[in-house]
Write a new protein. Structure first.
Length: 555
């Protein structure tokens, strides 16, 4: 039995390690500095993963010669709606800045608002418009004329429209009309083509969304990269795997760039066409990911008008916000195989936060709730392990007596188990059953934006980051920056040691020593984990110690 119990614990650890190392995206080793934007300074204020099957698309013809771009200086127009501060440029009628009110880049005084549009030059700005067959040369570099004269607009109480117009030398007018909604992360874009060229236009419309990939942002193992939801399926692909473009066609809900905390999504409201995720460049400051939407083919006769309608979502991956926004955006919160378990935990976490107002306390209450649910199974496991310990003297005699007859030994062992009404697997099964729950909680606490920059008490000011008391001016082996004393992690290791000492001892002394090494191993594993996850594990250990004391006293 002690071998089975040891095997169960070791397998549990192996499952966790294999999942973390091979089944979840790994963070890179080198830090990166996010690029800055040229937008004006705002006011100071506080994934079931599956690979998509590439679908064939018409070959892209060689680009035609394009006339020089309009050299007229491009104006910037800022719009604030109470949730975001958007800055649009007449250059391409593109979005050059999107800052989220209420979210900061870093958790320190004076940190700027969270910027979702991180570009090095205006040519990288999202929402570039083009035609698939390049039948309208110069469109990509066009400087539009904005109808709005004011450089700053407010959409906090009622919607605001921004209209950009450009007419090609051939006489085809392009209109980009943005509609900014109050108190929302969703805004709308209408693209209208007015054909006054005297000839028919046969092409497909392209609208491209670009995003700077930051592999360090968000949870250690949460997905970061190209994402799309089409035909009822979520497709996610990391930038490093986009050496070949990922093409998704069918009934499109959304496509864009996402990480564990934020998402930038393009929503074709006619739901038809295709998304094409690709990698534009691989600079040392992070990859530039492009998501291009291509409409179905259209034929626009001279004197006719063609309109395309889009929704855009630039905001946090808060499950209530995404659900309210619709268009299956909530499907972007994908916690892998254990999503079906993790999502209810997320709702419970948010509910308890509404009661206590502190996510650290909410994690403690969630841990207590999980412990109550598994109390009967854990109790049964302790009793079974204690009963097996009581049988150790008889089992040792049987092993000595039938050491040369394995078949007879097994028969006598089973007879002993039946006579004492002991299930040799009783101590292992409850452990195995709880593994999916632990991994689901691990994924949840690594993924939830609710924990980002959310404090618990004293030095634990960010439950999504490792806990560090004091800061060292030197590097610490096996520790990621910042360097300091991982108090919660050390307490967790001590609690595991106490728990191991209270657990019924295996008959084999070697196995007992191996079991006592587990707290040390887990301490090193958890040293760089988010403090929210370490808090869960620590509280769970303390509750387990209390349950073991209760069981021993009762016996």
């Amino acid at each position: 039995m002690e071998k089975r119990a040891l095997l169960a614990v070791v397998l549990s650890l192996l499952v966790f390690l294999i999942y973390s190392q091979f089944m979840a995206p790994q963070p890179p080793k080198t830090p990166q500095t996010p690029p800055t934007t040229e937008a004006p300074k705002p006011e100071s204020t506080q994934p079931a993963d599956q690979a998509a099957t590439p679908l064939p698309t018409p070959p892209t013809p060689p680009p035609a010669p394009t006339p020089p771009s309009d050299l007229r200086p491009a104006r910037l127009i800022q719009v604030s709606n109470g949730k975001v501060q958007l800055v649009f440029s007449e250059a391409g009628g593109r979005l050059v800045s999107c800052r989220l009110l209420g979210f900061q880049e870093e958790q320190k005084p004076g940190s700027p608002l969270k910027e979702l549009v991180r570009i090095e030059d205006k040519a990288q700005a999202p929402l570039e418009l083009s035609l698939f067959k390049n039948s309208l040369p110069g469109l990509e570099r066009a400087v539009y004329q904005a109808e709005n004269k004011s450089p700053a607009l407010s959409a906090k109480e009622k919607p605001v429209e921004l209209v950009f117009r450009w007419t090609s030398p051939a006489g085809l007018e392009v209109v980009k009309r943005y509609r900014i909604l109050p108190q929302s992360y969703v805004f709308e874009l209408d693209v209208v083509l007015n054909n006054r060229s005297g000839r028919s236009l046969d092409d497909n419309l392209n609208l491209m969304l670009t995003a700077r990939h930051d592999p360090h942002e968000g949870g250690r193992y949460a997905f970061k990269g190209f994402g799309a939801y089409a035909d009822g399926k979520l497709v996610e692909k990391e930038p490093k795997k986009l050496s070949e473009p990922e093409i998704i066609s069918g009934k499109l809900s959304w496509g864009g760039y996402e990480n564990s905390y934020f998402i930038q999504a393009l929503i074709p409201l006619d739901q038809q066409g295709s998304f094409r995720g690709s990698l534009l460049d691989q600079a040392k400051d992070g990859e530039l990911v492009a998501v291009r939407y291509t409409s179905p083919p259209f034929s626009l006769a001279s004197g006719s008008t063609q309109a395309f309608k889009f929704g855009l979502f630039f905001g946090p991956k808060e499950i209530d916000v995404l659900h309210k926004a619709g268009h299956d955006l909530d499907k972007s919160i994908n916690m892998g195989w254990f999503d079906i378990i993790a999502k209810p935990f997320l709702y419970f976490l948010k509910f308890t936060f509404g009661l206590v107002g502190n996510y650290g306390l909410a994690i403690i209450l969630l841990t207590i709730g999980v412990k109550i649910v598994f109390w009967p199974l854990t109790q049964k496991s302790y009793k079974s392990m204690k009963s097996m310990q009581d049988l150790q003297p008889q089992m040792m005699k049987l092993r000595e007596k039938y050491k040369n007859d394995k078949q007879r030994l097994n028969q006598e062992m089973m007879t002993l188990y039946r006579s004492r009404k002991v299930n040799p697997m009783g101590g292992c099964l409850p452990m195995v059953i709880q593994i999916p729950v632990f991994i689901a909680l691990y994924r949840l606490l690594d993924y939830a934006i609710e924990l980002r920059h959310s404090g618990f008490f004293l030095w634990i000011t960010d439950l999504s980051a490792p806990d560090r008391l004091f800061r060292f001016p030197f590097n610490v082996p096996m520790m990621e920056p910042p360097y300091g004393i991982p108090v919660l992690t050390l307490l967790m290791g001590v609690s595991m040691f106490i728990q191991q000492k209270m657990t019924p001892t295996p008959g084999d002394p070697t196995q007992a020593k191996i079991m006592l090494l587990m707290p040390i191993v887990f301490t090193f594993i958890f040293i760089n984990f988010p403090s929210g996850l370490v808090l869960y594990w620590l509280v769970n250990n303390v509750l387990t110690i209390g349950q073991q004391m209760y069981t021993n006293r009762k016996r």
